[in-house]
Design a protein around this ligand. Sequence first.
Ligand code: SF4
Ligand code: SF4
Length: 679
Amino acid sequence: MRLFSNAKRPVHLGPYPLERLPRADTAPATGTASLPPVQDSALAPSIAPYKQLFASLRDGEIAPLADPLTDDPVERANNLKAGIYFLDADQAGVGPVPDKAWIGSPLPGHCTAIVILVAHPPEPAAGEPGQEDLRQAAADIAALRAAEIAVITAGYVRQIGFAARAHVDGACDVDLLALALTCGLVTVEDGKPVAPHVGNGFQLAAVTTGFEAAHDRPLGPTAMATSRGASAFFGIGGTRPGWKRLDGRHRPLHLGRYPMEKIARRETPTTHISEHVPRMPKRASFFTRALHGDLGVKPKAERARFAIKTPSSFSYTPLIRAMVPLQTGETAQSQSPGSDNAAANADAMKALAHALGGDMIGICTIPDYAWYSHHDDGSEIAPYHRNAIVILIDQGFETMEGASGDDWISGAQSMRAYMRGAEIAGVIADHIRRKGWAARSHTNFDSDLLHIPLVLQAGLGELSRIGELVLNPFVGPRFKSVVVSTDMPLRPDKPIDFGLQDFCEKCNKCARECPCSAIPFGPKTMFNGYEIWKPDAEKCARYRVTNQKGSACGRCMKTCPFNAEGLMTERLALWASIRFPGLRGPLARLDDRLRRGAINPVKKWWFDLELVDGRAVAPKAGTNARSLDFSRKIDAENQKIAHYPFETAPPPGSTEPHPPDRKDGLRRAAEAAKPPGEE
Ligand code: SF4
Ligand code: SF4
């Protein structure tokens, strides 16, 4: 929570007011100062494979030069920094690469250094859950994150046509501290490197490149004193406040930043789930169906690239693909002493997931129907673990603000969250296996589990009108999930109730704003054993895959009142809606009147570029830059929504096209049963 709005703060300025710090012409001497070492910890063996993997991806092929591409060095620097802040770096700077900063031979033409600073995550206080797992691990976690950001940034720069190499912990050709001093991220105080607003608990990584961009200047002698002023403490201008209580950083790590413990819990979810929910084969997903040609030639051709057809989103894929083999592994022969305490394990795993960058964590027993029935090749899946740790990754507050939801950043928003989720869940699963309990992570690239029922059962949200999307009271629908399944004993959480069923009854903004009318204006029905506002999954998948004026789609997320800058993200409005049901309708209408969900141009930082035959070019069809559509007629009676339940799915493992029977789907939707109690 901020005391001051950051709606007018461009993304490239970052969370801290670095632009207000005094600058100098020369960098302070390093002297004997050196970066704090990455220490050994209980988590280090699980982090190490990921660091090695990222280091192996720090260089690569250079794509042809993007066209168009700005020559303005300031615009270039702003684009690079905003991309780094999108990846949650704490600070970013751009500077020259002084000769003396090279360790060994300089890379020819690498004239620019992009420096990334990641603060150490908080460690649990003495006696708090997770302390044993996380003791001395903060530097390693920050180094892992810095490496991830540097490797993706280098990949992006190569994708727009310039040489770029990442320099990370364990694979580095430059003096990172010298670069950070030169570009004004760090200074030296009492012989130690220190960063304004962050202190001395941070790690660095860098990218050197031939991409010329405007340089930041070194910090002036009074920079640290300025950073300790009242304006930074209270977050004037919408910066991250130094007052930790404001954004939940004072809370015990296992509880996370958001007060989920204040939301009412129930024994069962707020939507009915019958006793006989059929298990689905992976082949039934409409994205898989598009891949096999079920939706026709064009969706089949576009399926492989729709979410990664921009330089930005494409730069995540090497990491995401390379992490898949790490999702499974050998379990240690013997169990660690004390690792059979379900309550202690649950809190420790939550602390661990928060430290690694998860935004919200819940735990549940895995219902049978959450397991896919068959793999892609048609082989059966037998449920193999009891418990699930469900982790939500926020898709990024500020970037969503600058987007329409279906423009050229939409795919990158998804890929960023998928990448981060794979990293967090992979480290956790490995750590659990080292404690002697079987565990596997389930990511968007490779999952044996349907995530939606788990997000629901783990008490992280309620089913919303968007349909196949669970909505969280604090981050709304703006998240991706990742799951760790395990046999480790874990105390489950209970489902939550924050009045969303009634709120969505009184609001239909997502349905009105969906570009292809895939979200129903009408009431919930029963579908595959669930009480749900059933969206038209075929229409949605078709639009996302073939969107020509953007990459993928998340417009329903963007425009929901519970999303970033939506009214319901104001805590007062959220609590009012929970306590006073009569206010829900007026709050939904007020959100619209305040034009929440429209594009904030201040927050648009990315270049509209599309990869065509390996080159980034101006998108031929243009860009979706739609605003809110108040004129759209809401007509539940005549809306064409089709249902494709379990019995209409293609046979598991089939590779032949099985086009959906749309006429039958429309009939099934029209005849769908009402939820119990409403028949
Ligand atoms: Fe509609 Fe896009 Fe949401 Fe699909 S993702 S339901 S197309 S707004
Ligand atoms: Fe519910 Fe309104 Fe959000 Fe749709 S936009 S999910 S109806 S609150």
